[in-house]
Design a binder for this molecule. Structure first.
Ligand code: ATP
Ligand code: MG
Length: 388
């Protein structure tokens, strides 16, 4: 079967990974195919390049896939031309005309030759390849700040394309085990999840819901965030754990200034159970040092003291502005800033403890006698799956 469209993706970090490279490449191909399971397309990988061939109907889906796929540094739609300099010149001319019609004034030609039997080297390809476009005054050459970069790659086949789109980089989802993301409705935790996806982790999520103190809209918001993340993570189960009774117990038995911290400890406790059940090897939160009272180093130590798995905080050294920037870029921002709160003022102390000791926190936790309620809440969890 021959397809009408051809895309080329560039693989970055994978190159560095020595003997693991085969596993990683396989995962990258499998992930690309997962995006394209409902369309007709062919995916392959060769010498550091990912190739996707498809028909016009699949174009939109393929472009969605390549713009979400973790593990490529860039991608473009390319034209396959015959492996000779005349064909290259002609296609560079076509690309230049297209670019001019879109408003470009200047261009730069770049090339890569991995087929060393091709009679022109890098400089030869660039100067010869650009000659028609330049001589016919389609575009001026500007090597410093061109409006368009046209690329020629001479490999097993010969490709010409322009203006590569930046890829998401990182390691393909699925090569670094599974993490359990504590996902709330705020800005931070979806970004934290995305960060770990980019390190190759598969992610499932857990959300603690305190109905009716937190609304159905709050829950839908979190589910929608999980759905957006599944665009990058391929498959995300979101587990909603009903935490109202746990919260009531905390309110009843905890000193007021400790309620938030106790809630965090209870969340860790339930997250441990879920991690064990789903085979996750770590917990992930959106905490960032000093952002709120529960995120001082002392209070984070208290939270962590309850975790039975490594507790990863990919945003710990990141400030709010940087987090907002990523949230906008990955498409979670608009949902995260919706007004539905994920925790209720009823449970928020006026003067939360800022620097608890682990001993004190553990002692207060034991006095809550909340373990059974946490277990019951865990057993009542509801699971939804979002798939790309
Ligand atoms: P976020 O922006 O992610 O909501 P935040 O700045 O509001 O974070 P906190 O409310 O202190 O900070 O929460 C710290 C972390 O604890 C969150 O990033 C998230 O990982 C986890 N968390 C908080 N509330 C919940 C919840 N209701 N369900 C699941 N995880 C939660
Ligand atoms: Mg929050």
């Amino acid at each position: 079967m021959t397809y009408t469209k051809f895309y080329i993706g560039k693989i970055g970090e994978l190159i560095l990974k020595g003997s693991n490279i085969k596993t990683f490449e396989k995962q990258l191909v499998a992930n690309t195919k997962a995006y394209l399971k409902n369309v007709s397309a062919r995916v392959s990988l060769m010498a550091g390049r990912l190739y996707v061939e498809c028909d016009d109907e699949a174009q939109e889906r393929v472009e969605f896939a390549l713009s979400h796929l973790i593990g490529i540094t860039g991608w473009a739609e390319a034209v396959i031309v015959e492996k000779n300099i005349e064909a290259i010149k002609q296609e560079v001319l076509n690309e230049a005309i297209k670019a001019r019609d879109n408003g470009a004034k200047t261009f730069k030609l770049e090339s890569r030759r991995s087929d060393k039997s091709f009679p022109y080297d890098h400089y030869g390809i660039c100067s010869e390849g650009a000659s028609l476009a330049y001589n016919q005054k389609i575009l001026d050459v500007d090597v410093k700040n061109p409006d368009v970069v046209i690329m020629v790659e001479v490999r097993d086949r010969c490709f010409v394309y322009s203006n590569r789109t930046k890829g998401r980089r990182g390691l393909p989802v699925g090569v670094s085990g599974k993490g359990l993301l504590l996902l709330s409705g705020g800005l931070d935790s979806p970004v934290a999840g995305y960060r770990m996806l980019r390190r190759g982790m598969t992610i499932d999520a857990v959300y603690f819901h305190a109905y009716p103190y937190t609304s159905d809209e709050a829950r839908e918001k979190v589910e929608h965030l999980a759905e957006i993340l599944s665009g990058y993570g391929l498959r995300i189960h979101i587990n909603t754990i009903p935490f109202t009774e746990v919260q009531m117990q905390i309110k009843k038995k905890s000193p007021e200034n400790y309620t938030t911290l106790m809630l965090r400890l209870c969340m860790m406790k339930a997250a441990n159970m879920l991690a064990e059940r789903i085979g996750a090897s770590c917990l992930i939160t959106g905490e960032s040092l000093g952002q709120v009272a529960s995120q001082t180093i002392e209070n984070m130590s208290c939270t962590e003291s309850m975790a039975e798995y490594p507790l990863l905080r990919p945003l710990v050294g990141t400030d709010k502005e940087e987090i907002v920037e990523i949230a906008k870029e990955i498409g979670t921002y608009e949902t995260s800033i919706l007004p539905y709160e994920d925790c209720c003022v009823l449970f928020s102390p006026r003067h939360p403890v800022l620097r608890s000791s682990v001993e004190e926190a553990q002692k207060i936790y034991r006095e809550l006698e909340v373990d059974d309620l946490v277990r019951e809440a865990f057993e009542k969890r509801e699971i939804k799956l979002y798939e790309v």
